[in-house]
Design a protein around this ligand. Structure first.
Ligand code: ATP
Ligand code: MG
Length: 443
């Protein structure tokens, strides 16, 4: 294990100071697993015999995030490190949290953890892995196995149901048979977990490598129908084979998730939800499978789902905009340049473009709209795509138009023409408006 760089170096120095004060201090959990697997760890957590009061005395900057559970944050070089007292947990009462914790020995602390691969310690002084739960062997075998009895462990904390899927998908490990059986038997109880925690796990599953597998495992375990029944409903929904040689809507969605590389949460969720309106709009017309208006319906359904999972308003708006617009990409080559400039200069456009690309790659494979847009973006690069409008509402009133709802579409039309380069100056624009007001188009 290389302890000389980055977070590992700082974590080592934190452990060193605890050691100098007479305490045992190990790296714990995910970082040990990741180091053994030669993967970059997300965070280095430290487990120690020192209690919170002692941790507070030793380090200059400490945040007591969970003092009664023995969990403190030590901030070094601006980076937060979790420093937690070895503990065991008393009975779980609410399906998620222990009623109290008891400070204890390393072995008990290892046994309260969820899966063997997450139950390892590393002693940075002896430079040795400390393994009370057979975690090293399971890493070699590529297995996710509950520590102790899976029934009891899932019963204690239902979030572990989702965590098992997450680690299996992300590490590419099989879930061991008894753990898997028990996971399936407990799946319906996931609803006891708060929507916020469910959301956090789902986001990790869908944004990290292995997302497509996580998607399949969620469904196979029975968790999908509890947390995302609208996605489960995509299973078996057939699509037109010439456009979708890959298969049904469910498989298509899985393929998008697999193609994304380190996506943002909003992009991953847009991929997950882009066709969520298809099951309800499925219809065979003249021998062809169609999904009329599935994008706007999908956006409305996405809004409900994201609200249920307590996504922020900003994330929800972005994802829903992507879902609502994903079929408009088929029209880009026919759009007038004014419309196109407005379409591509929206803040959400880059994510939509990425979504469009993986959508095509995961079905018919044709990227002509994508290539066209890439070319246009280069062409537009030196243009101000959002110039100040040459004509506003006051100008229209000054030209004799009555204030009212007819003004908005006219202003939009003028702005589009401005973007198309029809007017060289405000005078030209006003002249055009005058003409238009004198002889409106016949409808
Ligand atoms: P990541 O790479 O995603 O950070 P991780 O293994 O570090 O993965 P965390 O959620 O950061 O996972 O938790 C740190 C450690 O705390 C885990 O490795 C595990 O030992 C323990 N742990 C976390 N959540 C639970 C839980 N719900 N039940 C039991 N142990 C848990
Ligand atoms: Mg972690």
């Amino acid at each position: 294990m290389n302890l000389t760089q980055g977070r590992a170096r700082i974590a080592t120095s934190i452990a060193e100071r605890l050691h100098q004060n007479g305490h045992t201090a190990y790296f714990a959990g995910g970082c040990v697993r990741d180091q053994i697997m030669n993967r970059e760890a997300h965070d280095f957590d430290i487990a120690t015999t020192a209690t919170p009061d002692i941790v507070e005395k030793i380090f200059p900057k400490v945040v007591p995030v969970g003092r009664q559970f023995g969990v403190m944050i030590v901030v070094e070089e601006g980076i937060p490190f979790e420093v937690a007292t070895f503990r065991s947990e008393a009975a779980y009462l609410d399906g998620r949290h222990p009623s109290k914790v008891i400070f204890s020995r390393p072995e008990e602390d290892a046994r309260r953890r969820d899966f063997t691969v997450n139950g390892l310690f590393y002693d940075p002084f002896a430079r040795k892995v400390v393994d009370f739960v057979g975690g090293q062997e399971d890493i070699q075998r590529k297995v996710i196995r509950a520590i102790g009895h899976p029934e009891e462990r899932f019963e204690e904390d239902k979030l572990r149901l989702l965590r098992a899927i997450r680690f299996s998908a992300n590490l590419g490990f099989e879930i061991e048979e008894k753990t898997w059986k028990s996971l399936k038997a407990h799946a319906a109880k996931i609803t006891q977990v708060s929507p916020e925690r469910i959301r956090e796990e789902l986001v990790k599953i869908f944004t990290r490598p292995g997302a497509g597998n996580g998607f399949l495992l969620l469904s196979e375990s029975g968790l999908m129908k509890e947390v995302l029944p609208e996605i489960e409903a995509m299973k078996g929904v057939q699509q037109q084979p010439d456009f979708h040689p890959e298969g049904d809507v469910f498989i298509h969605t899985k393929m998008l998730l697999d193609r994304l590389q380190h996506p943002s949460a909003t992009l991953a969720l847009s991929a997950l939800l882009h066709d969520v309106g298809k099951p309800k709009t499925f219809a065979v017309r003249e021998g062809k499978i169609t999904f009329y208006e599935h994008a706007p319906l999908g956006a409305a359904m996405a809004r409900e789902i994201l609200k249920r999972l307590r996504f922020s308003n900003q994330e929800t708006d972005s994802i829903c905009e992507s879902v609502a617009n994903h079929m408009k990409f088929a029209d880009v080559q026919r759009m007038r340049s004014g419309k196109l400039k407005q379409f591509v200069s929206r803040p959400n456009f880059q994510e939509e473009l990425e979504l469009h690309k993986v959508d095509c790659q995961s079905s018919h494979g044709m990227l002509d709209h994508y290539e066209f847009l890439k070319k246009k973006l280069v062409e537009f690069a030196h243009e101000d795509l959002k110039p100040k409008p040459l004509v506003n509402g006051n100008d229209l009133i000054a030209l004799g138009m009555k204030p009212g709802p007819a003004m908005k579409p006219l202003l939009e039309e003028i702005y589009e023409l401005q973007l198309e380069g029809k007017f060289k100056s405000q005078e030209e624009a006003l002249r055009w408006v005058r003409g238009r007001l004198e002889s409106p188009p016949k409808v």
